[in-house]
Design a binder for this molecule. Structure first.
Ligand code: ADP
Length: 421
């Protein structure tokens, strides 16, 4: 009897232990399914039997489905956010608490074409600006200045960006706050501002010299014209006249430039045969006293089509080149004007066998007020604006300018116009 009781209780214990082990295994499987967020059937959990297990499986599956929905929603919203930030004109950068990049949109990459901006890289290795790193720290400390202009080194150039930063409060699981920056490229404005300041400084300088000369000579004349020798008086008056002419030329060139740069430069285009126009111009120059010592040549390719251009403005451009060739080459030099067809374009060239121009001056030659030899240019009545005017006129006609020159080998200026202009 006792033995039978013992057997029954051992069997009951074994069953209980077996059930416990089966529950444990089922619980482990349930745990795995929840961790992997994998929906499951109760049959997938051997040993999970009974109403409680049914309820537990239904609740767990419900939780997994809800977590999956939230995850997909989150991923969708993040993708939406990334797409929105990515398509913004403004550059956007998000860094985590360790200054590792978490988001950098296309506009940012476009500002730094030499850098490969990749996610999770450290900021310091990519954007070379101590000022920006200080700005990041200031944002973290809540002391950022709004729209701070910061200079970055990009290759051999400087890029100016207006930076506005803000903190993104930490989400669950994040240790520290992230920081978001909107960067607005103001390099162009900065450069334009520098050009404007330069221009104003140059104009003031160019005007001041002849004006102060005129003022000085006129003052002397007013004070002592009665007692002055006639020759001195004449000499003084001629100096005043020379500087007044220089002022006049400068103001005329400035007005011409500002008209050409204005929204309405007043081009009056008409069908023009360049061969005829420039042939007549060279003929006219041959009769001028300034060209008496030079050898002027002209050549035009036959059967050139007429171009729609402003003949007065275009003549002015070629006159500037001819005047330069006469001014900067010694008497006896050959100056050749030619019109030729080059593929789908027409090329007007003015070449001389003069002293030529050093290579380092060539890239800046068409800039306003750029002169190779300042003293010589002024002595010859130059304003430093002639080639800049040439460039503007040609560009207004849809063309481009080019210079080829080397010391001792003469200079060639080329104006290229599209045939359909
Ligand atoms: P500028 O009024 O001084 O002549 P430009 O803009 O016409 O101003 O020319 C700029 C500079 O280019 C001149 O000062 C001169 O030094 C140089 N230059 C232009 N044409 C020639 C040329 N044919 N030969 C040598 N130097 C030239």
């Amino acid at each position: 009897m006792i033995t039978a009781l013992l057997i029954v209780s051992v069997a009951a214990l074994a069953v209980a232990l077996y059930k416990q082990a089966a529950h444990r295994r089922a619980l482990r499987l349930l745990e795995q399914a929840i961790a992997q967020q994998q929906p499951f059937l109760r049959e997938d959990l051997p040993g999970a039997r009974g109403r409680e297990w049914d309820e537990l499986c239904t609740a767990a599956n419900g939780l997994i489905a809800e977590a999956t929905r939230l995850r997909q929603l989150g991923a969708g919203q993040l993708a939406q956010l990334e797409a929105t930030l990515g398509s913004l004109q403004e550059a956007v950068l998000i860094v985590d608490e360790n200054n590792c990049i978490q988001l950098a949109n296309r506009a940012l990459q476009a500002i730094f074409p030499h850098e490969k901006i990749a996610l999770h890289q450290r900021l310091e290795l990519l954007l070379h600006s101590r000022e920006f790193l200080a700005c990041v720290e200031a944002v973290r400390a809540g002391q950022a200045r709004p729209a701070q202009a910061i200079e970055f080194v990009e290759g051999a150039e400087s890029v100016w960006l207006e930076v506005t930063g803000t903190l993104i409060p930490p989400l669950g699981g994040q240790k520290g706050a992230w920081a978001l920056f909107v960067l607005h490229d103001i390099t162009r404005q900065r450069k334009l501002e520098a050009v404007r300041k330069d221009f104003v400084a140059n104009v003031s300088h160019e005007l001041r010299t002849p004006l102060s000369m005129i003022k000085g000579y006129v003052e002397t004349l007013v004070d002592s014209h009665r007692t002055m020798a006639v020759e001195d008086r004449e000499r003084f008056l001629q100096t005043v006249q020379r500087h007044a002419d220089r002022l006049h030329a400068l103001v005329e060139d400035l007005l011409a430039l500002s008209r050409l740069e204005s929204a309405n430069p007043g081009l009056q285009c008409e069908p023009t045969e360049l061969g005829r126009l420039l042939g007549a111009l060279v003929e006219d120059y041959r009769g001028r006293p300034t060209a008496a010592g030079h050898r002027l040549e002209f050549a035009a390719a036959p059967e050139l089509p007429a171009l729609a251009l402003d003949p007065r403005k275009f003549t002015q451009a070629v006159e500037n080149l001819l005047d330069n060739a006469l001014k900067y080459t010694p008497a006896g030099t050959r100056i050749a004007v030619a019109v030729a067809r080059r593929g789908g374009e027409i090329e007007v060239s003015v070449r001389d066998d003069g002293p030529g121009i050093p290579a380092e001056d060539l890239p800046r030659l068409f800039e306003r007020f750029y002169r190779v030899d300042k003293g010589r240019s002024r002595d010859k009545g130059g304003t430093g604006l002639g080639l800049s005017i040439v460039k503007h006129i040609v560009q207004l006609h849809g063309g481009r300018v080019r210079v080829e020159s080397a010391p001792g080998q003469g200079s060639g200026f080329f104006l290229t116009l599209p045939l359909q202009s």
